[in-house]
Design a protein around this ligand. Structure first.
Ligand code: ATP
Ligand code: MG
Length: 384
């Protein structure tokens, strides 16, 4: 038997009553996808999952990105009669890596109730064995430098030391599909990430105004998309040509409502795209009061054009909170690249901070928005 593998803990989903089984199956399927190799068995027992037959950095990197995993550990599978020796080896390996380790403790879980010793006895026996070889070490039960985990199971005994932090959240796919409006800014990638973390499958739509905006601006969005797609391999990016719509609004409508009229057209196009791709809601990076188009009045009058829910995970965030998330998920450095997206185009000198759906509808009487809606939908591309 291959002695390597991973033990996977999944905090939150273990608590979810009736949905638990569905969530666990989904998490298993998502994990199986990333270890895609039939020789590596993935199985589940007692609120834990196990991957057998692999230890490598690539797998760990991928496990770190699987939503629903609270933490995981590299495990070494050993026999029931020589786990003391193997625990000693494991400890020596850790001390070699980190000579500052001066104390340890042993924590055993015994799910194989036929095993003749109970957990505290195993803890004591293994600790004594280690101390007999390393009298310079100490046992510290509350703040050990190193914790040696032992799981005694019917199919073997598992040993581990390190716990690697997972992303938490819910397994990808348990919360339906949404369509995220992805600009090149800091906010919308974070909004999408937070939805993914709650188990939603995300597709992405970006409105671009090439040649007014640069190809670098498009490239930036593609790279942001690829960062986010590391968390969900089936995501699609839709690119919508938006410059005709902006030119028309610039020419026909009152300047101060421009940004709001762009936003309403974006929401209409996204709503139709969501219908076609079976997404149940739109997601934006709007945050209350952040810019003129995000006052309460304007959020309401932009949202008025769609009949599907518009989710705004950042609505109550300060910019600093969003920035710290974006650093954490690795999108910040991309987002701050100075290639403006279509929003910067024909920006009004003094944008309206208070609008109403009626006022914006009256503005929209000034151009044939239905035609432009259809036209944009016809020209959507999926570049990746
Ligand atoms: P971001 O940092 O996400 O660009 P922002 O604070 O700059 O946000 P706005 O530019 O007003 O805010 O955009 C509000 C939201 O509208 C964005 O978070 C995004 O969801 C959507 N949005 C704006 N521009 C685009 C675009 N070009 N393509 C797709 N969605 C967009
Ligand atoms: Mg923006």
């Amino acid at each position: 038997m291959n002695p390597f593998g991973y033990l996977i803990r999944y905090g939150e989903i273990a608590l979810k009553g009736k949905n638990r089984l569905q969530f666990e199956h989904r998490l298993m399927a998502n994990i199986k996808k990333i270890v895609a190799d039939p020789s590596r068995e993935v199985y589940r027992t007692w609120g834990r999952m196990y991957v057998q037959g692999v230890h490598d950095d690539k797998t760990e990197e991928k496990l770190r990105n699987v939503f629903g995993i609270a933490s995981f550990s590299r495990i070494f599978v050993t026999g029931k009669d020589h786990f003391q020796e193997d625990a000693l080896k494991l400890l020596r390996g850790s001390v070699l890596k980190n000579p500052a380790i001066r104390s340890f403790c042993v924590q055993t879980k015994r799910s194989d109730k036929t095993f003749p010793m109970i957990s505290p006895e195993i803890n004591r026996k293994v600790a004594e064995f280690i101390l007999s070889h390393h009298p310079e070490l100490k046992v510290h039960l509350t703040y050990p430098d190193l914790e040696i985990g032992i799981e005694v199971r019917s199919e073997g005994t598992y040993l581990f030391t390190e716990k690697i932090q997972g992303r938490g959240g819910l397994p990808s796919g348990v919360s339906g599909k949404v369509l995220c409006l992805l600009s090149g800014g800091i906010d919308s990638p974070v909004a999408a990430y937070l939805m993914m973390k709650r188990g939603s499958l995300c597709d992405f739509v970006h409105f671009q105004s090439y040649p007014y905006t640069s190809l670098q601006s498009q490239e930036k969005v593609k790279q942001l998309f690829q960062k986010l797609a590391a968390f969900e391999s089936n995501a699609t990016l839709y690119l919508v040509p938006f410059s005709h719509i902006q030119e028309e609004i610039k020419e026909k409508c009152s300047e101060r409502f421009r940004t709001l009229l762009y936003r309403r057209m974006m929401q209409r196009i996204a709503t139709e795209l969501a219908r076609r791709s079976h997404a149940l809601a739109l997601v934006t990076g709007e945050s209350l009061g952040q810019v003129a188009s995000q006052t309460m009045e304007n959020v309401a009058s932009i949202g008025a054009v769609t009949s599907i829910p518009v989710l705004r995970p950042l609505i109550g965030f300060d910019k600093e909170e969003t920035i710290s998330w974006s650093k954490k998920i690795g999108t910040y450095e991309l987002s701050i690249q100075p290639f403006p997206d279509c929003c910067a185009l024909f920006q009004p000198k003094s944008p309206a901070t208070k609008s109403s759906a009626q006022v914006l509808e009256a503005e929209e009487q000034k151009f044939n928005w239905e035609y432009f809606l259809e036209d944009a939908l016809r020209r959507i591309v999926t570049p990746i």
